[in-house]
Design a binder for this molecule. Structure first.
Ligand code: SAM
Length: 278
């Protein structure tokens, strides 16, 4: 790109470079907006604006990194989840839309109970806890993660969304040393170690957020086997799952005995969440 480059030309150049991605125009506009430190709407409103040399360099670097597989959210530094922008970086997993299902179910359970005790286990960048805190002004919220790096990012996000004082952040292995809750939410690692080592996601996002051991079920099983002692009577466990849904349901039925255990599908009809109500 030349130094007289306009916004329109830069976007077209980006679309060409990113032509193998699913949404090259969206990605090019977001990366250009990031390089200019403006909103995407500004890009649309200023097609004839010219770019400075440093901006062109920054934009070209972003395009190169994106073409090499770097996730777009890590490049722009934020990502939207449940209509909230979260700061994201390599300290934690990028929030995924399928996890919104846990938030929706937790909201429907907690809506009518003002002082619901809720914990988000493996909070990452604060994904579930912050979405719940902003939507449930009277709930008592806790968030745990084994990774201090992830927790430090979650604290940044909770502060920028004005809910830091509403959530108690604890570094813990699952719910070790934690009390009892009405709702336990968890999106924990569920890939196999082999998948973590070979899939693209494992190349860029933290392995501690992905690797569920040899069969992908180590952490899920640890969670299911201990969650019962942390649930109040009539409490609910909501857990995102990947493959092995039948095994996971059997596990829940084994450890929870008479509780109501079921798998809930995502919009594509795939079992995506385990719900256990005691
Ligand atoms: C799949 S990521 C999900 C992050 C976030 N909940 C989300 O949905 O975006 C799993 C998270 O669990 C954390 N984690 C892994 N093992 C854990 C453990 N034994 N106890 C607590 N957190 C754990 C990881 O550090 C990571 O932040």
């Amino acid at each position: 790109m030349k130094s007289d480059c306009t916004v329109t030309k830069a976007v077209l150049h980006g679309v060409y470079i990113l032509r193998s991605t699913d949404e090259p125009r969206l990605e090019a506009e977001l990366l250009l907006a990031h390089s200019l430190n403006v909103s995407r709407a500004w890009i649309a409103a200023h097609p004839e604006a010219t770019l400075t040399e440093p901006t062109i360099t920054t934009y070209n670097n972003c395009l190169q990194l994106r073409n090499d597989g770097e996730p777009l959210p890590y490049l722009v530094g934020y990502w939207e989840f449940f209509s909230i922008d979260y700061a994201v970086d390599k300290r934690a997993l990028i929030p995924r839309p399928e996890t919104e299902m846990i938030v929706e179910h937790a909201l429907s359970i907690a809506d009518n109970h003002p002082h619901t005790h809720i914990v988000d286990v493996g909070t990452g960048c604060g994904t579930i806890a912050i979405a719940l805190a902003t939507n449930l002004p009277n709930a008592l919220l806790f968030a745990t993660d084994i990774s201090q790096d992830a927790l430090s990012l979650a604290i940044v996000n909770s502060t920028s969304h004005g809910v830091y004082n509403r959530i108690e952040f604890v570094q813990a292995d699952l719910l070790t040393s934690m009390g009892r809750f009405d709702v336990i939410c968890a999106n924990l690692p569920y890939l196999t170690t082999q998948e973590t080592g070979t899939l693209v996601v494992g190349k860029h996002e933290p392995h501690i957020a992905l690797d569920g051991g040899a069969n992908g079920l180590n952490i899920i099983q640890q969670m299911i086997s201990t969650a019962g002692t942390h649930l109040n009577d009539g409490g609910t466990l909501l857990m995102e799952i990947g493959d092995s849904s039948t095994r996971i349901l059997e596990m829940a039925e084994f450890y929870f005995g008479n509780a109501d255990c079921k798998l809930l599908p995502d919009l594509a009809g795939r079992p995506r969440m385990l719900q256990v109500t005691t």
